[in-house]
Write a protein that binds this ligand. Structure first.
Ligand SMILES: [Fe+2]
Length: 279
């Protein structure tokens, strides 16, 4: 068979083909090892195939990757061993929406007062290693409200609520007025991954977090998540993605327009970006 007859979805790039070949051979070897070690029976093999078919039909393979902590393992190994003081990365998750509004700092992300506690998040974007401020860095932020709902999961929130691309000032500073996010469940569809977690006696809850994609000219982009100190799920994230260095500590404060029973908090977090090699 010649390359010209290859199906269009198969690569013919020699480097990619070699990588694919290596990955497949290793994956098959690992599968064979498991079959030998666990003495997998034929009915068990059929049950496994049925389960994986259900996962594919329900489009839950990424969810399966997350709950088996495979996604965070890929993320952690993908971050260069010599990160050079750069802020730790984290998984993007499925709820990023490109094209949210661009806002100059200080920015307001909370456009729907839902009784949530207010949060003033501020800090600086600097260059890893030198600490030089990164002027005009963009922080693309998205998060849930305090009940753990993203705006596109909640009819009560306006379009792009708790989302925004915040432009830092000339000193790399940013300040964002938002709300304290809440923990949320990730397998509420009740699909095959939820059934698996239930069978294993596991929950499907993530601790509260704020997603951030940081980008700036001449610097490597960073995708990460900030976690909230004191969250009851911090030690037991269903996707295992909590990194201690990414935990922020909101402290009580006063903010204009926030009256009891709402509370106001302030937290700081600096972001360090690696310069592009040779840049
Ligand atoms: Fe999330």
């Amino acid at each position: 068979m010649t390359a010209a007859t290859s199906p269009p979805h198969l690569t013919t790039d020699p480097e990619t083909t070699e990588r694919l070949r290596r990955c497949v051979l290793r994956a098959v070897a690992a599968a064979h090892e498991l079959v030998r070690e666990l003495r997998l029976t034929e009915p068990e093999l059929h049950a496994l195939v049925r389960f994986l078919t259900e996962v594919g039909t329900a489009d839950e393979f990424m969810l399966l990757s997350d709950v088996t902590h495979t996604s965070i393992l890929v993320d952690t190994l993908g971050q260069a061993a010599d990160a050079g003081g750069a802020t730790s990365s984290n998984v993007e998750g499925p709820l990023y929406r490109p094209g949210s509004p661009v806002l100059d700092t200080p920015a307001v992300l909370d456009h729907a007062e839902q009784g949530d506690d207010a949060l003033l998040l501020s800090g600086r974007v600097v260059e890893a290693g030198t600490g030089t401020p990164v002027a005009g860095a963009i922080l693309d932020i998205w998060q849930t409200n305090q009940r753990g709902l993203y705006e596109n999961q909640d009819a009560a929130q306006p379009e792009h609520n708790l989302r925004g691309r915040v432009r830092c000032d000339a000193e790399g500073r940013y300040e964002v007025r938002t709300v304290v996010p809440g923990p949320y469940r990730i397998a509420t569809s009740g699909g095959p991954v939820f059934a698996l977690l239930t069978s294993l006696g596991r929950h499907d809850t993530r601790p509260a977090h704020i997603h951030v994609k940081a980008s700036a000219q001449d610097h490597e982009a960073l995708t990460t998540q900030l976690f909230i100190a004191g969250d009851p799920w911090l030690e037991d994230d269903v996707i295992g993605a909590v990194k201690p260095e990414l935990v922020i500590t909101p402290r009580p404060t006063e903010l204009p327009g926030v009256v009891a029973p709402r509370r106001a908090f302030a937290a700081g977090f600096n972001i360090a970006l690696r310069p592009v090699a040779g840049g």
